[in-house]
Design a protein around this ligand. Structure first.
Ligand code: PTJ
Length: 254
């Protein structure tokens, strides 16, 4: 049972934090995942803790991109398994994307706990656990280089929520289109992905599910136009301006 009263002015944020802590206690989240969440919280605060206009545009572009993909794969780490396992499975089914567990702080026990959680939430097949299916992604030294030969290795579009920068670069070099969720518009992942959704994954994931359902009625040409009209660098600048405007407003009040 949660110790956070619903009436607490910061209940929403504290409840998300609690999911991470419970995820840590249940062996899903790395210690470093708690720190990563703290960094995300700080940026969320600066962004106003709501989905901005720029994020909505990125979500639309991401939905179009996954709908035109031939083989989309969603990479799942500890934080995602703790924060939104049900939604990530729902998204994978809706857009017919494979799920692959890929950890930065590799740990077999944690990997198995994540797989169990995804299965409990309705996932059928989860890649990334068979040694015989392992392939090395060139240009990266971390454990994230080990990918599944039937998953990320052959994917054309890879969705990497809450990612560290070096793999995004390696995936781009391998010719893949990368979509990420990252609250920090300045991070290397944000700057190197094709589409960066600068929003809390706990808010944006449902929006992405809805948008991909909505756009699934559009033809390929219209979807491609949405993708071509999207400029990630411009979108990131808009998010930074949003932070600047929020700070300027707060400075006037203070
Ligand atoms: O489970 P593992 O071993 O794969 O490890 C996962 C973490 C997240 C620990 C690992 O990938 C890592 O260290 O990531 P970084 O380099 O800290 O990057 C995480 C990024 O996600 C940072 O830019 C955070 O601002 C951002 N972030 C954190 N929480 C959220 C978020 N973005 C969106 N929604 C969040 N809830």
């Amino acid at each position: 049972m949660s110790l956070i009263p619903k009436s607490h002015p910061r209940a929403k944020s504290l409840l998300i934090r609690e999911k991470l802590v419970v995820g840590f206690d249940n062996g899903l989240v790395a210690k470093e995942g708690l720190l990563a969440h703290g960094r995300g919280e700080a940026f969320d605060y600066l962004l106003g803790e709501k989905t901005g206009k720029a994020a909505l545009q990125a979500i639309r572009a991401a939905a179009a991109q996954i709908l035109v993909a031939e083989m989309p794969v969603i990479s799942v780490n500890g934080n995602i398994a703790a924060l939104c396992p049900k939604q990530i499975v729902k998204l994978s089914k809706q857009i017919k994307a494979k799920l692959e567990v890929n950890l930065f702080y590799v740990n077999e026990k944690r990997k198995q706990a994540i797989i169990k959680t995804l299965k409990k939430n309705g996932a059928n097949e989860i890649l990334g656990s068979k040694i015989t299916s392992s392939k090395k992604l060139p240009g990266i030294d971390s454990a994230r280089r080990i990918v599944d030969k039937d998953g990320i290795f052959v994917a054309d579009v890879v969705i990497v929520p809450l990612e560290d920068g070096d793999r995004t670069m390696a995936l781009r070099k391998a010719g893949k289109t990368v979509i990420t969720f990252d609250l920090n518009p300045l991070s290397r992942t944000s700057q190197t992905a094709n589409i960066t959704i600068v929003d809390n994954v706990t808010r944006a994931i449902d929006l992405l599910i809805n948008e991909s359902k909505k756009l699934s009625k559009k033809n390929k040409k219209s979807l491609q136009k949405i993708i071509d009209d999207f400029d990630n660098k411009k979108n990131l600048r808009e998010n930074i301006i949003q932070i600047k405007n929020n700070l300027t407003r707060s400075a006037k009040i203070a």
